[in-house]
Design a protein around this ligand. Structure first.
Ligand SMILES: Cc1cc2nc3c(=O)[nH]c(=O)nc-3n(C[C@H](O)[C@H](O)[C@H](O)COP(=O)(O)OP(=O)(O)OC[C@H]3O[C@@H](n4cnc5c(N)ncnc54)[C@H](O)[C@@H]3O)c2cc1C
Length: 356
């Protein structure tokens, strides 16, 4: 088959114009090749509609090099598996994005959407139990995943623990007890792990003739912290972790409230106590969830909720119908704030390592 260069250029330009910006090879070189994020797949070389890029061997490494005239069409950047060009590359597929506020007064971090929606699902028997977190017995603010089976129990579980929690073990324990519809709250990494289990042929989701289901609620997450590191950071600031009433992250600041008084630090001051695994994560919103929830994109006291599945849409609408939450569609600038934060997480991770 002969390649029609004109058609390829025109089609490519048309698609890029509709979907994204047009970038020159330089951007790919700067962000992906020079940083070491390049996977040496050659898709930029193969995709260039004017054959201006050549894959050269530099010692044993395959390096895309500009050997012709770049027409800045953006195809190489769009074809690269390491770039994120569409909004859905960054925050995943979704049907709607809302800002949500729970109307009942219960313990919460932001708008209380997570607790209110799961509470409605429990009450209406759409789930038999939910996996949330509480303080572990011996260490305050070290999260301990737990099963809650009633709305009243759930209402005491709101708030954010900035440390990894083992929610999946508890979910599987529920399945072992013959419960079959479980709601699970977790950070993107927890939700990805459940997604893995759901697609693995030998997992608890796939061995029974009547498999169990998990309704997955992801929490937006830039990073979580090592518990010992967090306690040590606070100690340096003369704060006893056991006395903390609330932790929060918003607008680039880490906030700690003790006895009604809130202290702030730029989040980058805590990078050194980030959990080591966060260096490998590029997913801010939890793209494999039914609902993704965070504060960015909404006013104080509201939760941004990204709806990704039919079950997620039904649960949110049911909570509105029951008068448990109020929900408004978020506007474009609010959604853009979510996308920008998610993009900054991706960029941060890709620029971690220097080329070798
Ligand atoms: C580690 C971490 C980092 C976060 N970073 C950001 C961020 O950078 N930007 C942003 O917009 N939002 C972030 N969030 C999400 C935000 O803190 C709120 O959880 C979210 O806005 C939902 O608020 P809500 O009032 O609707 O939830 P609530 O009704 O208060 O319910 C929160 C639920 O989350 C559960 N939970 C709390 N901590 C954990 C945990 N570690 N693992 C599993 N479940 C947990 C609670 O048990 C509760 O069920 C982060 C959350 C976590 C856990």
């Amino acid at each position: 088959m002969t390649r029609n260069h004109k058609t390829a250029v025109e089609l490519s330009q048309e698609w890029l114009k509709e979907n994204t910006k047009r970038y020159a090879f330089k951007k790919l070189e700067r962000e992906i090749i020079q940083t070491g994020a390049c996977v040496e797949c050659g898709s930029c070389v193969a995709g260039c509609p004017v054959d201006a890029i050549t894959g050269e061997r530099v010692e044993s490494k395959y390096v895309p090099v500009l050997t012709g005239k770049c027409i800045a069409c953006g195809t190489c950047y769009a074809m690269c598996p390491r770039t994120a060009i569409l909004d859905t590359d960054i925050i995943g597929e979704y049907s709607n994005v809302w800002k949500v506020r729970a109307l009942n007064d219960h313990k919460r971090q932001d708008g209380g959407a997570v607790t209110a929606i799961l509470g409605t699902m429990l009450e209406k028997k759409l789930i038999e139990a939910a996996i949330v977190v509480g303080h572990s017995d011996d260490n305050l603010w070290l999260p301990a995943a737990k099963k809650v089976a009633t709305k009243d129990e759930l209402l005491t579980s709101g708030g954010t623990f900035y440390t990894h929690a083992q929610v999946i073990e508890q979910m599987v324990n529920c399945f072992k007890e013959n419960l079959s519809n479980i709601g699970v709250v977790g950070t993107a990494c927890n939700i990805d792990a459940i997604h893995r289990l759901q697609s693995h042929p030998g997992s608890v989701f796939n061995v029974d003739s009547k498999p169990p289901t998990a309704f997955k609620v992801s929490l937006f997450c830039m990073e979580s912290f090592d518990y010992k590191g967090l306690a040590g950071f606070l100690k340096k600031e003369s704060i006893d972790i056991k006395k903390v009433d609330r932790f929060a992250i918003a607008k680039g600041e880490f906030m700690v409230t003790v006895d009604g008084e809130t202290k702030n630090w730029p989040i980058k001051d805590l990078d050194y106590i980030a959990s080591s695994s966060c260096a490998y994560c590029t997913d801010f919103t939890g793209i494999n969830s039914d609902l993704s929830c965070g504060n960015i994109g909404s006013d104080d006291g509201w939760t941004t909720v990204i709806v990704r599945s039919k079950q997620g849409e039904q649960a949110l609408k049911l909570a509105v119908k029951e008068g448990i939450i109020e929900a408004e569609k978020i506007d474009d600038s609010a959604l853009q704030a979510v996308i920008n934060t998610a993009r900054s997480k991706m960029n941060k991770r890709y620029k971690l390592k220097s080329p070798h």
